[in-house]
Structure formats: structure tokens, C-alpha cells
Design a protein around this ligand. Sequence first.
Ligand SMILES: [Zn+2]
Length: 372
Amino acid sequence: MPAKSTTPLSAGVIRTDLPMADGRTIRYYDIGTVDRTAADQRPIEAQPGIGELRFDPLVNEWVAVASHRQGRVFLPPKELCPLCPTRGDLASEIPDSSYQVVVFDNRSPSFTEPSADWALTEHPDLFTPDIDAAGKCEVICYTDQHEGSFGELPLSQIRMVMEAWRDRTREISQLPYISYVFPFENRGEEVGVTLNHPHGQVYAYPFIPPRATKMMEAAVLHHAKTGRTLMEDVIAREVKDEVRIIAQNNHWIAFVPYAARYPFEIHVAPKAHFADLAEISDEVADAFPSIAKEVLLRLDGVFGESMAYIAAWHQAPVREGRDLMRVHWQITSVRRAPGKLKYLAGSESAMGAFIMDLEPEQSAAQMRAVQL
Ligand SMILES: [Zn+2]
């Protein structure tokens, strides 16, 4: 079991790693002098086995099968929340009685560390046998307060979360079996949240996921045609059109994309080229909290109720396409009106062909009109 270790990061954040009872690791991210020593008092428990990856030859995509995830806790009441700090008798996932930001390995991971000789099958096809689902799944708790949301956090707290995302991207990218690191958040029961405590996740895949593969192909094609980076030109178009911009500062721009697929969809991108979160400069990281908070408050302000959303960090893959792919944050919401959701039905689910009944310019105007 690894012993306690501390690592200084940017923005005055110190990371302290401690072992958990079942061999997982918990990482505390703190500003200021905080001595993290609380031991995990829970009985030692075996970790679930590794899931499997099966290859779907019809679309050339890997599918992860993780049947051990069926027993997960589902929307527990606050007093049984596994993401609250441990106070009183119930030992949660976080042994300490308070925390700032923590990251720990998921208890029911879809992807886990494989054996040392693991390798992804090259050129898989119909006859490729299943392989171990190598990868990482981590949980990131944004605050030790059970109520609230990411957008409601103080700016300094959002900056700490950003530091944790950068740290996880940097460290996980070094694992030989990882091809892509994906920090994301599901917010709201409408998008399948099983715990209400403000938190997100980091998935790291042993392959480049389908959406990123498609985005990389588009970026390569655009570069071949024009010699330029696609995201740079996309941002230039948004700046020229102006009507879909929601917020911007010196380093970031937030807009509803020209061809948005969801009733409320926002892309938040750095103005300069950074392949991933590990690569962005401290100055750019410092400028993120204010724009992140603004777009999420505008989103919640549209109908005056908290919006269910998926917030996804698109990054360049770990080892390829880094000169052409740029990190950006995509927020998509299925809410189209109070009490009404957009369901991904036949065309979207079966064909991947999206049909939008709200003009992107109209949804941008609605978000811009929100009084903060
Ligand atoms: Zn909680």
C-alpha cells in the first residue's frame, strides 16, 4: 500500500495522497497548511474485478462491459452520502472530517489498471476476442458541502477544481495504457446522476473514443485543406458572427456553436492553442473560474431553475493529434422548456442525426438576456 505523499501544484495548491482501506488512493487538494492524516477506518474490502472490452465490428468501436456496476448506490439521502466528509459514525469515501477538493479512484470503475503486459488489440475485427477493460475512473468532489452546484462555488474553489483537473490529466496521461483523458460532470437526475453531492468524474480510456476520433478526422481534413487549426477557425467564425457569443474574457470565449445539437449547448474554449488541460498556462487557468461561473449561472437563469447538463472536457488524445486538437469545455442540456426534456429519440439515437427545434442564435440570446 503506498504511503502518504505530498506534491505542490500551481495556484498554491498542495496535493496529499493517502491510501484507502481497500488499496485505492484518495488525493486531497488544499490551499494553506492542512495536515491530512485521517485514516480510512472501514474494513478491508476486495476491489471489484476488471471489466471487459468487446469490439463492435459494425461500427469499429470498443464497448466496455462492467457488470459489477449494477450494485451502485442510487441517490442516497444526505446522511448516507458517500461523498460528504466522514462526520460521526458513518464512514464515507472521504476519511477526513472536512476537505477542499478531493479525487479518489471510483469504487465501481468501468475501467481499471490492467496487468503489465496489457495491450490494445491492433486492427480489431469481428473475430477479436474480448480484452480487459484497461483504464482509470476517478471521482472528483468539488466541495465538502452536500448542497449546491459547481456554478455556485466561489471562484477560488473553481480554480482548485481546475488545478485538480490539470493534475489528473498530467498524471494519468503518463500511464502507458491510456490514450485519452476525459474529465466530465453529469448534473441532474435527468442525465443519470446517482449522487446529488457536487462532483464530477475523470474517465481515462485505453483507446481514442469515437467522438474524439471523429473530431480528429475533421481537424486533420481541415488542416489538409487550409493549413490551419480547425478550432482556431471555428472561434474566428463565432467572433465574426457575434450573435452566438455568451461571454468572453482575455483568455476564454463561450458561445453556442453554429450547429448546436442540444436546446442549450455552450462551448467554452481558450483563445490560444492548448492541446489539453495539462498544457494550459497558469494565467489561462486563472481566467477560467469567472467565465465558467458566468455561463453556468446564465444557463440556470434561463428558466429560473437548475438545469440538468453534461459538462465535458474535450482534449487532444495523449499521444497524437496534439498540434491539431484543442482543449475545450462543452456543456449540453436536454432541457428545452420548463418541465420539458429533449429525448434522444429515433433520429438522434439510432442514426446520430440531430434535429434541433430551437435556433442556436435564439438560445444564445436567451442566455445573454439573463440578469446576473
Ligand atoms: Zn454529500
